[in-house]
Write a protein that binds this ligand. Structure first.
Ligand code: AMP
Ligand code: MG
Length: 356
């Protein structure tokens, strides 16, 4: 055996002894503004030029999606909302139709706690604009009037690509689901471009595929104050992590914090929860579920999570107690070892082969 062959053989064995660890591959990071927040893209293991062009493509995609699903700037969704209010039968713009259908399904699963038909309420509270300035809560009477009209996705009859709405109070606002759907489409597009390892992170909400040179992606969970880190978790394969928090869009009025997640049953910002983080394969579902579980609160999150097929939940209540299901607890490393915890029953019925 020649020296060269023997040397190659030894090198191979050495590599195998490393336990199958992949060599660290180049990571390409880029950042742009999308859906009003900073979006970070990391792509692993492909040449820089290809990664750059993939990110440019995604930036264009996000700009188009933001325009299509903006609830107040003129575009396909505002046209849709006008036609829904008129009660006529119309062909729904394709960019809106899928979200409409997905939203109706997720609203049902959440017992209507996720209810994107409450756009008028959101506007009444002043949370539609990109900047919240000099805002004060609306009159109780105006809230009561909208509540009585009871806008719901069930008021929209969808027939193929056509829709007709029987309740003029319905106004769609995809603020709680659009970013998730956008991230799903972005990940699908990356996969089509042959990219297998990447993370698309929009303001802390993300979906990750593959791995970082064989290592799982490390994700920080924001503390409910909005700054600082509550803990970490690791994702690999194909998973999304979404958080809904009262820190995101809010204002203080006479000492009370009014935030952007509205309880459709009361018409007021949901009480009892500070933030909810969920993990799910699909970003659209994770986004809607984080909002729904925020509204459900410490008493009802477990039931709604089960109905929505969510397997991992972390909810921080108004007393800063961290509620988790056991499977989530196993995945989370909290910064504060003395953190007050409330561990629920498992979310999925388990067999002994798959303990939770
Ligand atoms: P998120 O940050 O994903 O929880 O989404 C919050 C945004 O969704 C708000 O800014 C509103 O535009 C909208 N929204 C608020 N409350 C609800 C609700 N109960 N169901 C659906 N969308 C909501
Ligand atoms: Mg959401």
């Amino acid at each position: 055996m020649s020296t060269a062959v023997r040397f190659t053989g030894l090198l191979l064995i050495a590599l195998l002894l490393l336990g199958g660890c992949e060599k660290d591959q180049p990571v390409y990071n880029s950042r742009f503004l999308a859906f009003g927040t900073l979006t970070d893209i990391s792509i692993v293991g492909i040449p820089r030029k290809r990664a750059e062009s993939a990110v440019d493509t995604l930036e264009d995609d996000f700009a188009i999606m933001h325009k299509a699903w903006h609830a107040w700037a003129p575009g396909p969704l505002t046209r849709t909302n006008n036609l829904l209010a008129e009660g006529v039968r119309f062909a729904v713009p394709p960019s809106v139709l899928t979200l409409m259908k997905k939203s109706r399904e997720l609203a049902r699963q959440s017992d209507q706690l996720f209810n994107p038909a409450v756009g008028r309420l959101i506007r009444l509270w002043g949370f539609q604009s990109d900047t919240i300035k000099d805002q004060r809560p609306p009159d109780d009477a105006a809230i009561a009037k909208l509540l009585e009209a009871n806008p719901s996705m069930e008021d929209i009859q969808i027939d193929g690509i056509h829709a007709q709405c029987s309740n003029p109070a319905v106004q769609l606002d995809f603020g709680a689901i659009g970013k998730g759907y956008g991230i799903d489409l972005a990940i699908e597009h990356l996969k089509e471009m042959g990219i297998k390892n990447a993370i698309v992170n929009s303001g802390g909400d993300l979906r990750a595929i593959g791995s970082r040179s064989g290592h799982p992606w490390r994700i920080a969970i924001r503390s409910p104050s909005g700054s600082g880190t509550l803990g970490f978790l690791y994702v690999s394969g194909d998973e999304s992590v979404f958080t809904s928090g009262d820190y995101e869009r809010n204002y203080l009025w006479q000492g009370t914090l009014y935030h952007h997640i509205i309880d459709p049953r009361t018409g007021y910002p949901a009480r009892g929860t500070r933030s909810v983080t969920v993990i799910h394969e699909n970003a659209t579902v994770a986004d809607a579920a984080a909002t729904a579980l925020f509204v459900a609160g410490p008493k009802n999150w477990h039931r709604i999570a089960k109905q929505m097929g969510i397997k991992y939940v972390l909810l921080i209540d108004e007393h800063n107690v961290v509620h988790m299901n056991p499977a989530m607890q196993k995945r989370v490393q909290l910064m504060n070892k003395n953190q007050a915890l409330a561990i629920s029953k498992p979310l999925i019925e388990t067999s002994s082969a798959t303990p939770e």
